[in-house]
Every structure is written in structure tokens, then in C-alpha cells.
Design a protein around this ligand. Structure first.
Ligand SMILES: Cc1ncc(COP(=O)(O)O)c(C=O)c1O
Length: 393
């Protein structure tokens, strides 16, 4: 690493998170780890830590991501969540990759193709998200019939995706009903993997009886949004409002006490690159946007908005003290410090002293967006049992 800016990814935390999830929710056969976009930007190398915790299937967005994942994991099955160009299905067979099929037309095309080995297919149903999937029962049934009659097509799974948490809305229940209606003439017990839920489904609803798979994304990375029983007056009021809405809308049962002990594995650091003394009334940064109020010191840190970090992060930690970010540029931020701060000191952007939840609230965003905004140009230091390996993705 030449530029001293890096993300640390703790593999032991990820493994422990999966073990914790499986211990609290043991009733699934397939724990499908969603590792799209370079594993929510943690770095795809984490797949082995996830597998060690108990993930036994992976899901990605594209064939590129699936083939890249195969380089890190040779045996765990992989599902591509988006439909692919059918010209490339041979690459999928060759790499033991299952594909998503969402239209009858695609099944008809596959039926005409010649394969030496069976192609694994998951049929995706559109139950209300209106993004991808079969919407008509007859077409779904016809697709299933074609697959069952062709020995080179293997129906490995059937799935859908929930648009909402279903805590204070009826959409979740409607999607579940829609799935049951679409599949009412299909014997689900003949299909190896049925998966509808994502992280929010796992923690907020009782297990859907006929689903034996669950797709885990953000929860693996330490964010469960699981609720504990309300203790403060504010929490109790919120809970009672929620119950009122649930009753009014006749929403199905949701679980309130499902506290998971999860940690975040992703922390972000840089280093003090330059220090300058500044005097009262001097100006800092582009557009001379910050005015120094009293004589002090400025630290220039090599991380900027091209890495995903800006003035909106508000502060950093250096040597256990909090200092404000007063200016940002594409590659650097300026931090107002004191005399104790020296060139070469480590700077925490978020990690053990600035929790991710604090940053997301400052940025008015969520963990999905925050992880995805930390760019791949920041090297990932993967740490397993204290051993570090730097990977530039
Ligand atoms: C189809 C599908 N399943 C599962 C997930 C994982 O969702 P989450 O991170 O909320 O668990 C995603 C994420 O975007 C998705 O698109």
C-alpha cells in the first residue's frame, strides 16, 4: 500500500455474525449469502469467512460477479439474481452457477439449446415489487412443465423478493399471498430451494413455512434492525403506535423481541499526511470555505469524496480525540487539530470509536449506501485471526 488509506475487514466478526444468526434462526436449510457488489464493498474475499460461519449458498448480481466469486470459492453453489444474456449459459454450467429465469420466453429459448450438463435454474416470481419475475400463473406453470420435460434443465429453486419490511404495511402480506396464488398448482416440496425472505424478513416475521432458504445481505455485515422489547417511554409509544397500525391494517404477526448480537466488520482509516500551522482569519480549502477562528493546526488526510468520504462525516478520531473535518476535496480532507497531532498518525473515519450508525445518521443514509459509497480504490485489509492481507479490488 502506497497511499495510507485503507478499510479493515475483520473476518472473525463476519463468521461470528453468521453463527449468531444461525443459532437464533436455525430452521433453514439454505443460508444464502448475498455478496453482490464485492460483498457490499467488504471485498469478495470474505466469502470464506461467511462459509465458515455456515453460509452454504451465495447470490450475486451478474455473471461477472459470479465468475469472480468462483476464484475465491470453488465449491459453494452460486445464484445470479439478475437474468443473464442466454448466450452465456454455457459459462454458468461450466462454473456451477445457477441462473434466474423470469420469463416464459427465456425458458423456451433454453429448451431449444443443447447442453452436455444440466443447467440449474431458479424461477423468479414478481409478487409485487414490479422489477423482475413471472406475474402470470399460467406462464409459470408452462415454464415449470418445459423444465420438467427437459432433462438438461434443472429446476433448483423458486423465489421472490419482498419490497417492504411488512411491519407497518400490508404490502408484505400481499406479496406472500401472491406467491401462494402463483404457485398453487406447483408442488413446492419437489423444488429443492424455496426462498423469499431477506434480512428484514428473517428478523421481523415468523419463518414462512414453505421456505427452506433465506437470502442474507445486510444482516451478515452487522445490521439486523432487530428490535428489543421497548424500555423507554419513547420506545413504548412507538411500539404502541405500531401495534395500532398493525391492528388497523390487519397485518400478520411480526416479532418484536429478536435481539441479535451482531457486530460490524468494516472499519475505515487513513493517516495524517501533512500538518500546517494556521493563524486566525486564514482561509481553508476550495472557495476559501472555512475561516480559522483562532491560531491552531490543520491536518491534511489522504481520503476524499472520490473514496466516499466528505465533510458530511463531520469528524474523525486521531489518537483517541475527536477533531472536526473543515474542508473536503476529491482526494483529501482537512481536519482542524491541535499541537499533539503529528504526521503519520492513524485517523479513524469510522470503526471502534465512531460507529457506522453514527455516520449513517450524520449522512442521513443507511448502511447499504454507506458501504457502497466507500470506493474500491481504498485497499481492503482482510484480517483473519490477527493476520492481515491487503487486497486491491
Ligand atoms: C433479490 C435480493 N435478495 C436479497 C437481497 C439482500 O437484501 P438485504 O441486504 O436486505 O438482506 C437483495 C439485496 O438487494 C436482493 O436484491
Amino acid at each position: 500500500m502506497y497511499r495510507k488509506t485503507y478499510a479493515k475487514i475483520n473476518h472473525n466478526i463476519l463468521t461470528d455474525n453468521i453463527k449468531e444468526i444461525k443459532e437464533k434462526y436455525p430452521d433453514y436449510k439454505y443460508y444464502i449469502g448475498v455478496v453482490k457488489n464485492n460483498a457490499y464493498h467488504h471485498g469478495i474475499k470474505i466469502v470464506n469467512a461467511l462459509k465458515e460461519g455456515g453460509i452454504n449458498y451465495f447470490a450475486v448480481s451478474s455473471l461477472e460477479e459470479a465468475i469472480n466469486l468462483r476464484e475465491y470459492n470453488t465449491d459453494t453453489p452460486i445464484l445470479i439474481l439478475e437474468p443473464i444474456d442466454l448466450d452465456y449459459v454455457y459459462d454458468c454450467i461450466h462454473n456451477n452457477i445457477a441462473i434466474t429465469i423470469e420469463t416464459l420466453e427465456d425458458i423456451k429459448i433454453l429448451d431449444q439449446m443443447k447442453f452436455s450438463y444440466p443447467l440449474k435454474i431458479h424461477l423468479k416470481l414478481d409478487t409485487g415489487m414490479n422489477r423482475l419475475g413471472f406475474k402470470k400463473r399460467k406462464e409459470l406453470e408452462q415454464a415449470q412443465k418445459i423444465i420438467y420435460e427437459n432433462p438438461k434443465l434443472q429446476l433448483e429453486g423458486i423465489y421472490s423478493h419482498f419490497a417492504t419490511s411488512g411491519i407497518t404495511d400490508k404490502q408484505w402480506d400481499k406479496q406472500l399471498e401472491c406467491f401462494q396464488e402463483l404457485t398453487k398448482n406447483i408442488n413446492l416440496s419437489e423444488i429443492p430451494i424455496i426462498h423469499m425472505g431477506r434480512s428484514l424478513t428473517l428478523v421481523n416475521h415468523p419463518k414462512i413455512e414453505f421456505c427452506n432458504g433465506i437470502r442474507l445481505g445486510i444482516i451478515m455485515y452487522g445490521f439486523s434492525q432487530s428490535k428489543k422489547n421497548p424500555t423507554t417511554l419513547k420506545e413504548k409509544l412507538r411500539e404502541s403506535k405500531k401495534h395500532h397500525i398493525q391492528k388497523k391494517l390487519q397485518i400478520s404477526e411480526t416479532m418484536t423481541e429478536n435481539e441479535l448480537n451482531l457486530k460490524t466488520a468494516f472499519s475505515l482509516y487513513s493517516t495524517v499526511m501533512s500538518i500546517r500551522e494556521v493563524l486566525k482569519d486564514e482561509l481553508v480549502g476550495y472557495n476559501a470555505s472555512f475561516k480559522i477562528e483562532e491560531d491552531s493546526y490543520l491536518a491534511t488526510i489522504p481520503i476524499g469524496y472520490a473514496d466516499g468520504v466528505s465533510k458530511k462525516f463531520e469528524s474523525v478520531i486521531i489518537h483517541n480525540n475527536t477533531y472536526p473535518i473543515v474542508a473536503d476535496t476529491m482526494d483529501m480532507i482537512s481536519v482542524l487539530v491541535d499541537k499533539s497531532i503529528k504526521k503519520g498518525m492513524e485517523v479513524e473515519i469510522f470503526g471502534s470509536q465512531i460507529p457506522i450508525s453514527e455516520v449513517t445518521s450524520k449522512l442521513d443514509t443507511n448502511a447499504y449506501h454507506l458501504f457502497n459509497q466507500i470506493q474500491n480504490r481504498v485497499p481492503r485489509i482482510h484480517i483473519t485471526n490477527g493476520e492481515e492481507e491487503e487486497i486491491n479490488y
